[in-house]
Structures are given as structure tokens and as C-alpha cells.
Design a protein around this ligand. Sequence first.
Ligand code: IDP
Ligand code: MG
Length: 137
Amino acid sequence: MAHTFVMVKPDGVKRGLVGEVIGRLEQKGLQLRAMKLLQVTPDLAAKHYAEHQDKPFYDELITFITSGPSVPMVWEGREAVQVARTLMGATDPVKAVPGTIRGDFALAITENIVHGSDSHESAEREIAIYFSPEELL
Ligand code: IDP
Ligand code: MG
């Protein structure tokens, strides 16, 4: 069965949206396999967002993602990567349609509540950054 990596970002935790995000993924039928509360360190952030290191928004993104506690999670289910991305909505909350997490709860592009892997390969890589194999149930 497919796995994906989802993380409630610091804005989502501060705004009390952890339960909302988990509820939506659960209601869709995905199963939670691992979860923790942690403050992303600069080292973890650099690994997680390595693909964006040359982007103009990189410094802002790293400052934001390390600014407070986040909730990284592993979810399992049929086509889990695509399903989680669909539930999250577009990266820019202005374009995210109502009914998606970003469409319903976000407006700023950096502070967009939630991260979700964009491919199976990204999911495997990101899960390994945040979880040891023993933490996956
Ligand atoms: P994704 O989270 O939908 O996969 P990515 O393009 O991988 O989007 O970007 C990673 C994160 O970087 C976004 O979720 C958002 O927080 C931030 N970001 C993306 N594009 C911009 C931008 O143009 N300005 C500021 N922040 C951005
Ligand atoms: Mg991405």
C-alpha cells in the first residue's frame, strides 16, 4: 500500500488546525502510520527543502518552517501521495479551491498550513528525514 509524508506546518499548529488536517485525511480513508510533534531544526529544514535551495523564497521558507512546532506524519492508503495533495489544494491558497485544506484555511503562500509529498520518491525521502523505520507502524 502507498505511503505519503504530510506535515502540519508551524502556522497550522499555532492556529489549532492539527485536528482539522488529521480529520480530513482520516475521513477520506487514509490511515495514520506515524506522527510526532517537533520543532524542525535548520538541518532538517535544509534536507526537507533541498530542491528549493536556489529559489527566491528559500530563506523565508526555512525561517518559517523552523519558527515553531510542526506535526510530521506518515499516511497510508490507495494512491496516498495524490490523495493527500488533492485534499491539501494548490500551493498558493489564492488558487486552492474551497473544500481543500489550503482553500478553506490559508491565504498567504508561505504560510499554507500543510506540506505533502509530491511523488512516491519524495515521500520515501521525506519519511526517512523525519522518522526512523521503527517509528512506522
Ligand atoms: P508544495 O508545498 O505545494 O509542494 P512547493 O513548490 O514544493 O509547494 O513549495 C514548498 C513551500 O514553499 C510551499 O508550500 C510554500 O510554503 C513555500 N512557497 C512556494 N512557493 C512560494 C513562493 O512563491 N513564495 C513564498 N513561498 C513559497
Ligand atoms: Mg513541494
